[in-house]
Ligand binder design. Structure first.
Ligand SMILES: Cc1ncc(C[n+]2csc(CCOP(=O)(O)OP(=O)(O)O)c2C)c(N)n1
Ligand SMILES: [Mg+2]
Length: 675
C-alpha cells in the first residue's frame, strides 16, 4: 500500500490519496455487507460493524507505516485490519471461526485480529486493557531505538476504564511513541457519552500533558489530512504521544447481540446515516473529478465480487479440526528439564541475597531484561532490598522505579514482552496486585493462546507474599490459589535461597509469564539460608524437592510451611512417633504430581500444608488429585492445614492463631499417624 508520510500539502488532499482512501473504504464496506449476510444466515457468533468509523480506520493507518508501526486495535476495527492488508479471506476465516483462521485458529472471538507481519497484536475483548500493552510496546520501540510508533484505539466508552488514564500518564511521562485514537460514536452499547466523562476525552488527555485534538471522522478528509501526518511525524521524532478524539457515527447496532432501535430514535439513526463516511468520500471523489460515476460503479462491482468470492472460500472451510485447545496455553519451550547438582560459590546466603544474585547474573547475560517496580531503584533497592545495587550496576533504564500503579506495572510488561523484551517486574505486596489482575488474566495470560502461538508475553512478575512479618491484613496475602486458576501463568514459590536462585534464573529464561512468589518471612530467615549455587544452576519447573525422607506420612507443602513441617517432623522423630517425608513442591504451576503420588503410595498417609487460607487454597487441588489417583493406597483421609478463612490480623497473637504454625502442623501429623 502507498504510504503518505509527513510531506503533506498544507490543505489539499492529493487525488491519489483520496482515491486510495475511498477504495479502501469501499473494501471495508463490502466486507461489512457480506458479514451481514452471514449474520442473517446465523453463521456468525459475534459481529461488530465498523460502519460509520471507516474514515478513521482507513485514513489513519494509511498515514502510518504498515508493517513497521504497531497496532493495538479493539473489537470494532475490522477496517483497520482490511486497510493494513489482511486478505479478505483471512478476515472471513476469523469472523466465521474456521479452520485455518490465521488470527487465532478459531479460539478467539470473531472481530479480534492478529497478524505478526502486520504488527497487529492479538486482541482481547476487554474494553481498555489494550492501552497499557500498547504503551509497553512503545517502550520497547524506545529501547530498540526504532522510529516505529504504536497506534492504539478504542471507543469513547472504554476511555472510562482506569487503564486508559494510566496509559496516558505513563506514555506522557516517558514521552513514548503512542498515537491514541479514540473513536467517539456517542454510545457504549446503549449508554450515551454523558454517562462516561464530565469533560471531553481530548481535554482529559491534555491534562496528562499530551497534545490532543478533536477531529470529525465523518467529514471531508481535509481536516484529518492537515493534522494527523504532522502528529505522526512528531511522535516518530521522539516528541512523545498524542491523542485524537474522532467524532464518528455508529451506523449499525452495537453488535450482533444488540438492537439499537430500543434506545435510539428513528430520527437520530437517520441523522447518523446522513453522515455516512463512505458516501461522504464518494461525494468528494466525484466532486473533485477523480472518478466518474461509471468508474465508481465498476470499482464497486469489482470489490464486491472479490469480497464475495473470498467469503465463499472462507465459508467452505470446516470448523477447526482436531484443534488441541491446550496447545498454546504455554509455549512448550523450557530452558531446562533436568536439575543438575549445584556448585556452591558461597557458604551461606539469605533468600534476598540469592534472588539479588540471580537477577544480577541474568541481567548480565540477557540485555533484554528490564526491571521496574515501586521503590526498586537504588539507593533504596526495593522495600525489602531485593534489587539493591542493580540500578547502580545496570542503570536506571534497566532497573527503575515505576509509577505507583500495579495495572501499569503489569500491563506495560505485557506489551514490552510481546515486543521482544524480558520484563522482570516487582509487585511490592501481594495484597496490592489486584489492579493488575485484569491485565494478568485477560491480556497477558491468553496472549499466546488467543493468537495461535503468534504472540507471547514472556515476563517474570516477582511478588512479595505471606505473613509472619507483623504485616496485618494488607501485607500478608498469599495468592497462589488465585493465579493457579488462570491458564497461562507459571507459578513458582521457593522456600529457600538455593531454590529461589535456581528457580528465578529459570524463570528469567522462560518464554511465558511467570509469577514468582517470594515469602517475606523467609527473605532473611535462618532456616531459608543455604549455600549459594553458581550461575549455571537452573531448577526445572514442576520438580518437587524431597526435603526429608520418611516412611509413615507424606507432607506436601511449599513456601513458609515447608520449614514448619520440617520442624514438626523432626520433633515427631525425636519423640519416636513416626517418620515423616516432607515434599516441597517449589512450583505450583506446574506441580510435581508424580513425586507426590509416589510418596503417598509409599507412606499411605498425606497432609497438605500451606499458608494460604484453607478454602480454595491450592491444597484443595492437591488433595483432590491425591484422592483420585492414590485412593487405593490411602490408610487415612487426605488432610489439609491452611490459614483460617479470614484476612491476616494485625495483633501478633491473633496472626499466630490464624496462620498455620509448627504446632498446628504437628497436631495434624499426629492425628494422621494415629488414624
Ligand atoms: C472490561 C469490559 N467491560 C465490559 C465489556 C462489555 N462491553 C463490550 S463493548 C462495551 C461498550 C464499549 O463502548 P465504546 O468504548 O464506546 O466502543 P464502541 O462499541 O462504541 O465502539 C461494553 C460495555 C467489555 N467488553 N469489557
Ligand atoms: Mg462508543
Amino acid at each position: 500500500m502507498a504510504t503518505h508520510l509527513m510531506e503533506v500539502a498544507e490543505a489539499v488532499v492529493p487525488s491519489e490519496v483520496l482515491r486510495e482512501l475511498y477504495e479502501k473504504m469501499l473494501q471495508c464496506y463490502y466486507v461489512e455487507e457480506r458479514a451481514k449476510v452471514f449474520l442473517k444466515q446465523g453463521r456468525l457468533a459475534f459481529y461488530a460493524s465498523t460502519r460509520g468509523h471507516e474514515q478513521v480506520q482507513v485514513g489513519v493507518p494509511m498515514l502510518m507505516r504498515p508493517g513497521h508501526d504497531w497496532f493495538y486495535t479493539y473489537y470494532r476495527e475490522k477496517s483497520v485490519a482490511v486497510t493494513l492488508g489482511m486478505p479478505y479471506k483471512d478476515i472471513f476465516l476469523g469472523l466465521l471461526s474456521r479452520d485455518a483462521d490465521p488470527n487465532s485458529g478459531g479460539v478467539n472471538m470473531p472481530e479480534q485480529w492478529s497478524c505478526r507481519d502486520l504488527r497487529l497484536v492479538a486482541q482481547s475483548a476487554a474494553t481498555g486493557t489494550q492501552y497499557l500493552a500498547a504503551v509497553g510496546a512503545a517502550r520497547a520501540m524506545r529501547y530498540d531505538g526504532s522510529d516505529a510508533i504504536v497506534y492504539v484505539s478504542s471507543g469513547e466508552g472504554a476511555t472510562s476504564e482506569g487503564e486508559f488514564f494510566e496509559s496516558l500518564n505513563w506514555a506522557a511521562r516517558e514521552r513514548l511513541p503512542v498515537l491514541f485514537v479514540v473513536q467517539n460514536n456517542g454510545y457504549a452499547i446503549s449508554v450515551p457519552q454523558k454517562y462516561q466523562t464530565a469533560s471531553k476525552i481530548h481535554r482529559i488527555a491534555e491534562g496528562f500533558g499530551l497534545p490532543a485534538y478533536e477531529l470529525d471522522g465523518t467529514g471531508t478528509f481535509d481536516e484529518i489530512y492537515r493534522t494527523v501526518p504532522g502528529l505522526i511525524r512528531d511522535i516518530r521524532a521522539g516528541n512523545g504521544p498524542a491523542l485524537i478524539e474522532f467524532n464518528v457515527v455508529r451506523l449499525d447496532h452495537h453488535s450482533s447481540s444488540d438492537d439499537q432501535r430500543k434506545y435510539r430514535s428513528e430520527s437520530e439513526i437517520q441523522s447518523a446515516v446522513s453522515r455516512d463516511p463512505v458516501l461522504q468520500a464518494e461525494r468528494q471523489v466525484l466532486d473533485a473529478g477523480i472518478m466518474t460515476p461509471a468508474e465508481i460503479r465498476d470499482l464497486r462491482a469489482r470489490i464486491k465480487a472479490e469480497v464475495d468470492q473470498a467469503a465463499e472460500e472462507a465459508s467452505s472451510h470446516p470448523q477447526p479440526q482436531d484443534y488441541d485447545v491446550m496447545r498454546h496455553v504455554f509455549s512448550g519451550r523450557l530452558p531446562v528439564t533436568e536439575e543438575s547438582q549445584p556448585n556452591f560459590i558461597r557458604p551461606k546466603v539469605s533468600m534476598v541475597q540469592a534472588i539479588n544474585s540471580a537477577l544480577r547474573e541474568e541481567m548480565s547475560r540477557n540485555p533484554k531484561i528490564v526491571m521496574w517496580g515501586e521503590d526498586i531503584e537504588d539507593p533504596k533497592g526495593g522495600v525489602f532490598g531485593v534489587t539493591k545495587g542493580l540500578t547502580e550496576e545496570f542503570g536506571q533504564s534497566r532497573c527503575g522505579n515505576a509509577a505507583l500503579a500495579e495495572a501499569s506495572i503489569l500491563g506495560i510488561a505485557g506489551g514490552m514482552g510481546t515486543a521482544g523484551y524480558m520484563p522482570i517486574v516487582e509487585i511490592q505486596f501481594a495484597d496490592y496486585i489486584w489492579p493488575a489482575f485484569m491485565q494478568m488474566r485477560d491480556e497477558i495470560a491468553p496472549m499466546r493462546w488467543r493468537s495461535a502461538g503468534a504472540w507471547g508475553c514472556p515476563m517474570v512478575c516477582r511478588v512479595a507474599v505471606g505473613g509472619h512479618i507483623k504485616g496485618g491484613p494488607w501485607h500478608s496475602a498469599n495468592i497462589e490459589g488465585f493465579f493457579a486458576n488462570v491458564p497461562g501463568w507459571y507459578v513458582a514459590y521457593p522456600c529457600c535461597a538455593r531454590d529461589a536462585k535456581g528457580l528465578l534464573k529459570t524463570a528469567a529464561r522462560m518464554q511465558d509469564p511467570v509469577l514468582f512468589l517470594e515469602h517475606k518471612g523467609l527473605y532473611r530467615a535462618m532456616p531459608a539460608r543455604t549455600p549459594e549455587p553458581d550461575e549455571n544452576y537452573l531448577i526445572p519447573f514442576g520438580k518437587a524437592s524431597t526435603r526429608r525422607s520418611g516412611s509413615d506420612l507424606s507432607v506436601v507443602t511449599w513456601g513458609y510451611t515447608v520449614h514448619q513441617a520440617e520442624a514438626a517432623a523432626n520433633a515427631l522423630a525425636e519423640e519416636g512417633v513416626g517418620s515423616v517425608e516432607v515434599i516441597d513442591l517449589r512450583t505450583i504451576i506446574p506441580w510435581d504430581k508424580q513425586a507426590v503420588f509416589d510418596s503417598v503410595r509409599r507412606t499411605n498417609r498425606v497432609l497438605v500444608a500451606h499458608e494460604d487460607s484453607l478454602t480454595m487454597g491450592f491444597g484443595a487441588e492437591v488433595a483432590a488429585e491425591i484422592s483420585q489417583h492414590c485412593f487405593d493406597h490411602l490408610d487415612a483421609p487426605v488432610a489439609r492445614v491452611g490459614a483460617q478463612d479470614c484476612f491476616v490480623p494485625s495483633a501478633v497473637n491473633l496472626e499466630r492463631a490464624t496462620l498455620p504454625s509448627e504446632e498446628s502442623v504437628k497436631l495434624a501429623m499426629e492425628r494422621l499417624l494415629k488414624y
